[in-house]
Structure formats: C-alpha cells, structure tokens
Design a binder for this molecule. Sequence first.
Ligand code: SF4
Length: 308
Amino acid sequence: MAVSAGASRMFPSYLNSISLNKTTEKLNKMLSPCTVCPFKCGTNRYKEKNGRCRSGLLPEISSYNIHRGEEPPISGTRGSGTIFLTGCSLRCSFCQNYPISQLRNGNEVSVKELSDCMISLQERGAHNINFVSPTHFVPQLVEALMLAVIKGLKIPIVYNSGGYDNVEVLKCLDGIVDIYLPDMKYSDDARALEYSNAPGYVEINRAAVKEMYRQVGELKTDREGVAVRGLIIRHLVLPGNISNTEKVLESIARISTSIHVSLMSQYFPAHRAVSMNNLKRKLNRDEYLEASNILADLGLVNGWTQPF
Ligand code: SF4
C-alpha cells in the first residue's frame, strides 16, 4: 500500500512516506516464511494458518472499545482505545484473556476496516489507540495504521504486548509506536516454558524491553497527565513467587530506576491454572506486600501498585 505524503499524524520527519513504505514492505516479507514473532515458525501466512499463533494474512480482532481500566496515564479521563487482537503466540496457563488469546474468539477484518476502527475510537474521544496482543499482527497493524493516518488519526499508539517480541520487528516500529506497554513475566526460562510455553523468554523479553526503551525512553505525559510517549513495564505477581519478581525488578532497575513499573496484584486462577497445583489459588496479601517492598528497595519509584 502506498502512503501519501499528506498524512496528518506527526511522525518524526525521518519517517517520510518512502521509509514508511519500506517498513511495510520489510514487515510483509516477514510473513512468509513467518518470522514475525520469536517463534519464527516459518509458515506462509499468505496461504496458511498453521503457525503457532494460527493467524493468517488478514488481521483478526476480538473487540475494539474505550477501556478505562488501564494505568492512569493510559486511560486518562476519556479512556484508552483498545483493539484486542485475536490469538497469541504465548500459551500462558493462567491467561485471563484466554477466550481471545487461546480459544481465538474473534473475526477477520480487512486492513481498511481495522483503520476505520482506529478512526472510530479517536472520534469517540480515546486518548490513544491501544493494540492489545499485537505481536503476531505487526505487519497488518502498520498497514492499517498508515491508512488511518491518511484518514486523520492523530492520537498516540500504544503497543501492549506480552513482551515476547522479535527485536527486528520492533526496530521497524521506531517512530511509529509512541508508548510501549510490555509485560516482563518471568526471570527464569524453565518457568516461562512450563507456564507460558515460551522458550528463551528471559533473553528475548529483556532484549525487547531494551529496544523499546531505546526508542521511546521514560514516560512523558501532557499537562493533564495523559501519556504521550515512553515505556511502562507491567509485572504480574504470581502466587508462590513463580514469576521470581525480585529478579524481574532487578533487571528493570539495571536499565533505569526511572522506568515506570506497574506491579499487578490482580492474579486469579483462570484457564488451565484452575487445576494446576501452584496456580490454583489467588495471590495473598503478604506475597504482594513483599513484591511492593522489593520495588521500593530497588528505588523503582515511578509507577503504580494496585490496592489489594
Ligand atoms: S507470528 Fe505466528 S506464524 Fe509467525 S512466527 Fe509467530 S507464531 Fe509463527
């Protein structure tokens, strides 16, 4: 798809129409053999849906709506314009969105329809477009975004992922994504494999977060406190310290203690976790308190803890 030079969104000047077209070309090539996410299944997404994410060429969405439950600078006063992408390459046993991510409840849409969803969310007052689980659909999202920009999309783009992202793909998003909102789920590969079936998660996740930070830096907000650019890292504290929170937070502090961290207490057993011995209970208050203390001890003063 060609991008007109008259796009109204303020991309950095170096991202002119030629470089945007080159970016979409490069990303589209990654669809066959597919190397869009770290699994690098090698499937031909133009013809098949037999990769790990079971996604093909057309984007699939489960919903698009105004969401007010994100971190305060993402939800702001008018809400975040979430677009939930169907499917996921991760297989988290405790996924709270499993009907979307693993049962794949959703519908195929055209790139044009996806761009219309973005415009509709902007018209409804959303502060941003928040792609939830975008990793396996980055090429399609960038194409849709280019079209939305031509139609007048101006609000910031949020990339809200499980943090299991291919750095080569992320590099293509430099200057396109304004706010990164990745998870850092684990600091132990064996646990990442056991509970999310994500081989090599730790190294892949840390490299992805470093690239995100390189692109957008620390969180910046406007006068109303609404995010305009930057990185927010989410960490869900799991029962029995399965997530090894201390090591995760230490790895964040090594990048910068100014990074905004959202330390989440909202774990409840969902999906396969309901029958797994160490995941079938809620987090307890002491476990969350301990995680909060680690956060403070490491000097990670920016961000949010959740009421228990
Ligand atoms: S995006 Fe899907 S098809 Fe492509 S490598 Fe990842 S899991 Fe495989």
